[in-house]
Design a binder for this molecule. Structure first.
Ligand code: ABC
Ligand code: CA
Length: 475
């Protein structure tokens, strides 16, 4: 699938070991650093749960064979400690199971994204004691940079020293060597073909020299979205010369600080978005507020209204929305590995408040993508702030206006006015409040301006005339 097509998708992020077991258990305990029994078969059996929230693609954690047994940081249940890139991690199932997963997704019109690591392999032991003969196909020290610990202030060190630590070392490949590059190119081409993979999430992108990426992406022939874990918006434009798809970490930090704290103002968020828009192609970025490396939002605040605002804000931002499993159940794990809870303990509850919120917001996005000119009318339309004050912001993206606040559940509401020139509405236009279940209709004034009640919960507005066939508010 091309990058342009991916920009119309929305992605649900899965840690395969923690999403669903083959036996469908919802009670099995999960010891947080051990394999907990999630499989591709289990996942196939729960695709309704994902599609029911309106997601069109799943990103699964790395699939290749990892180092076995226990380490000081637990087992390789997450998949980032590769030992043999030509075999699968059998804890998650067989080759046929993965082929079946891919086919099951495609039968639903959904897409498969696989997490790919090319920066390093994994070894259970210190950096100077690696038994390279265990690693396939890069089976001697000549394939690797000499061991050193990363100094994050030095870009060269970030590229050539080793991620991980001296207990579980991550031997850092000489990705600049042409034979390593061609091995990876052939490998990814075969992998994509064998499992009908539609997209890649690419790990540790900033740890590999930039000019590795264009050739790798070309060999893969599919869209890649890279992890450059950096909150500085200024570096994204340059990175996009090499890899257009990237995780939007700057937005992650702004949304987190703004919506987790009722005493923060909207300034950093609004200014940050404007800065990033001027420097990067935001439509190609992945937007998220949680993943398997970061503290969950609910570990920062248990406030349900704030969680709703943060989620709705990201799902309606420029770029490809990504939701990490468990967010829809208000899971609250903190630092690694505690944010990697087994999802099954939620009982796959489709009635939970956040599951319902996500479903509705995705429905709005999917409807507008299908009904309008998806490219120019939504995907390429850069969201802009049509109103803001210290605790609320109204963002317009095409036909959709979202009004978000960080008042929190205890905050008292007030009315704001979005001026006519900004809404894009005709005078007297009827607009429906599609979130929250009441489906209130608000009528624009003669100039298209709108008075909106801001409260603790987010508001999403959509023209009544454009709602037909959306399934929203019974239309
Ligand atoms: C294990 C244990 C941990 C233990 C660690 C030493 O070992 O679980 O408890 O602390 C995998 C596993 C992890 C495992 C690691 C290491 O391997 O999932 O459980 O940790 O063995 C990716 C993946 C991640 C994966 C790997 C390795 C890479 O998403 O799941 O981890 O394959 C760096 C990397 C980034 C990596 C991340 C975990 O670490 O760049 O690719 N993620 C700064 C740096 C970042 C750095 C980050 C680490 O610190 O700039 O490069 O990420 O926290 C902002 C700045 C940022 C700054 C942040 C902190 O502040 O703008 O630049 O990030 O304001
Ligand atoms: Ca490297």
């Amino acid at each position: 699938l091309s990058g342009a097509e991916w920009q119309k998708q929305s992605i649900y992020q899965i840690l395969t070991d923690r999403f669903a077991r083959t036996d469908g258990s919802t009670t099995e305990q999960c010891a947080i650093t051990s394999y907990c029994g999630g499989t591709y078969k289990g996942l196939i059996n729960h695709l309704d749960y994902i599609q029911g929230m309106g997601f069109t693609a799943v990103w699964i954690s790395p699939i290749v064979k990892n180092l076995e047994g226990d380490t000081p940081h637990g087992t390789a249940y997450h998949g980032y400690w590769a030992q043999d890139i030509y075999s699968l991690n059998e804890n998650f199932g067989t080759e046929q199971d993965l082929i079946d997963l891919s086919a099951a997704l495609h039968a639903r019109g959904m897409y498969l994204m696989v997490d790919i690591v090319t920066n390093h392999m994994g070894y259970n032991g210190c950096g100077d004691c690696v038994d390279y003969s265990l690693l396939k196909p890069f089976d001697n020290s000549g394939y690797y940079h000499p061991f050193c610990e990363i100094n994050y202030d030095d870009d060269n060190s970030v590229r050539t020293c080793w991620e991980g630590d001296n207990q579980v070392s991550l031997p850092d490949l000489k990705t600049e060597d042409s034979n390593i590059r061609s091995t990876f190119s052939e490998w990814i081409q075969d992998l994509v073909a064998k499992y009908s993979i539609d997209g890649m999430r690419i790990d540790s992108v900033k740890h590999v020299e930039k000019d590795f990426w264009p050739g790798f992406l070309e060999a893969a022939g599919i869209y890649g979205i890279g992890e450059v874990l950096d909150g500085n918006p200024a570096i994204y434009g340059d990175w996009q010369q090499y890899m257009q798809g990237l995780m939007n970490y700057p937005l992650f930090y702004w949304v987190q600080e703004t919506f987790s704290n009722p005493s923060a103002t909207m300034d950093n968020l609004v200014n940050g978005i404007n800065t990033l828009k001027g420097q990067a192609d935001t439509a190609a970025l992945g937007v998220f507020i949680e993943n398997h490396d970061q503290k969950r939002f609910a570990s920062l605040t248990g406030d349900m209204s704030l969680a709703k605002n943060a989620i709705a804000f990201t799902l309606l931002s420029d770029g490809i929305p990504i939701l990490y499993q468990g967010q829809e159940q208000h899971f609250s794990g903190g630092d690694t590995p505690n944010q990697r809870e087994a999802l099954w303990t939620s009982g796959y509850n489709t009635e939970s408040e956040l599951y319902q919120l996500v479903a509705t917001v995705n429905q709005v996005r999917n409807h507008t993508l299908a009904a309008r000119n998806a490219e120019s009318g939504y995907v390429k339309y850069q969201a802009w702030s049509v109103y803001s004050d210290s605790h609320s912001v109204a963002m317009r993206k095409g036909d959709v206006i979202g009004v978000f606040s960080n008042l929190g559940s205890g905050g008292s509401g007030y009315q704001i006015t979005i001026s006519g020139g900004n809404t894009g509405y005709a005078g007297g236009e009827e607009v429906v409040q599609v979130l929250g279940g009441d489906c209130n209709v608000v009528t624009a004034d003669g100039a298209g301006g709108l008075n909106v009640d801001v409260g603790p919960d987010p508001v999403v507005l959509y023209k009544a005339s454009a709602l037909e066939g959306s399934g929203l508010c019974g239309r």
